[in-house]
Design a protein around this ligand. Structure first.
Ligand code: GH3
Ligand code: MG
Ligand code: MG
Ligand code: MG
Ligand code: MG
Length: 309
């Protein structure tokens, strides 16, 4: 298909081959009431390495989307029984933006306003039926390239490059959006005498320790019940809506795990401990952070490797 009449130069082929490889990470859904067209579209997408499921109308599509929240690409017809494509797109856009799910509208409707209607409803792009197969592939590839670039930018803006944890920016965005959370828990964590690790084993060893400690944080506080962020240097912050008792128990388990952890770096066994300050309540994020930081200071003053409230 795309390769058929392309110049056979490396510069031209490489992005196409990279696109085909990256397509394995996407899941597509075709929404179309005509069984023939539906099968045809599914087949076209599968040829491009896209795992593809299909729905026969908008209502069915919403049900499938709820069962497959990892769908990243939707190709939808407009005229369908139960729920049309435009309504479907408007409803999807209440939950997912253009960067989360890319939508291509596809319609044979013979009136000139159909393109702007689709775009205003929230489609990323639109194609009129009958379409040219090459154009279809070009538009799909373009949408997926945009989606991958947007995902990459999102990660770069919100994740810490060394540890993969969320960064400070994400933590505050999330923390303010979560105002529905009546009562929340905040923990500030800081590695004890970390400067000594750098001084003794070198800065690279220090980086390895930061990665291992972060993995323990992630393991004890999965994304489903907490936001774990690297605040800077060797300082971390956790926000959780777990019950206070559960939260403290889990932090205590984490502290002991890190105390017992032996990090091998170039045959040198490195051990570290962490101090933790905790604050809870239905208060603004800033106030809780200040209280947790004060508690962390107490933990340090009181001999480190401990949790203070
Ligand atoms: P305390 O127990 O009081 O927290 O002592 P500390 O030595 O851990 O604290 P201090 O704030 O004096 O030192 C923190 C050190 O962390 C200093 C800095 O060089 C180091 N650091 C900050 N960011 C990084 C990083 O990304 N990698 C490495 N290897 N070291 C870092
Ligand atoms: Mg139709
Ligand atoms: Mg310090
Ligand atoms: Mg420290
Ligand atoms: Mg510190």
């Amino acid at each position: 298909y795309l390769l058929k009449d392309s110049p056979a130069s490396v510069a031209y082929l490489t992005p196409l081959l990279q696109r085909l490889e990256a397509n394995f990470r996407h899941k597509a859904m075709v929404v179309e009431d005509s069984a023939t067209v539906r099968r045809y579209l599914v087949n076209l997408l599968q040829k491009q390495n896209l795992e593809t499921i299909s729905a026969h109308n908008g209502k069915d599509a919403l049900k499938l989307l709820a069962q497959h929240p990892d769908i990243t690409l939707i190709i939808t017809d407009n005229d369908m029984p139960e729920k049309d494509g435009l309504t479907l797109i408007r409803e999807i856009r209440q939950q997912y933006n253009r960067n989360q799910i890319a939508i291509l509208g596809l319609s044979g409707s013979n009136y000139s306003t159909v393109t702007p209607l689709f775009l205003k409803a929230g489609a990323n792009d639109f194609l009129k039926k009958p379409f040219n197969q090459e154009e279809f592939y070009c538009r799909i590839h373009h949408m997926l390239n945009m989606k991958d670039t947007s995902d990459k930018l999102y990660r770069m803006a919100n994740q810490d490059a060394l540890t993969g944890l969320w960064n400070r920016r994400y933590f505050f965005d999330q923390g303010c959006a979560d105002s529905c959370c009546k009562s929340r828990n905040i923990a500030m964590l800081d590695i004890d005498f970390f400067k000594k690790v750098n001084d003794t084993y070198g800065h690279d060893a220090g980086d390895v320790v930061l990665v291992h400690v972060s993995q323990q944080l992630q393991h004890h506080f999965p994304d489903t019940d907490a936001t774990v962020a690297r605040f800077g240097g060797e300082e971390f912050c956790i926000q959780s809506c777990l019950g206070k008792e559960l939260f403290i128990n889990q932090l205590e388990k984490l502290r002991v795990c890190i105390e017992e952890l032996v990090i091998e770096y170039q045959n040198a066994p490195i051990k570290v401990t962490i101090s933790i300050g905790v604050a809870s309540g239905a208060k603004p994020l800033g106030e809780l952070l200040k209280a947790a930081d004060d508690a962390l200071y107490d933990a340090k003053q009181n001999g480190r490797n401990q949790l203070k409230l």
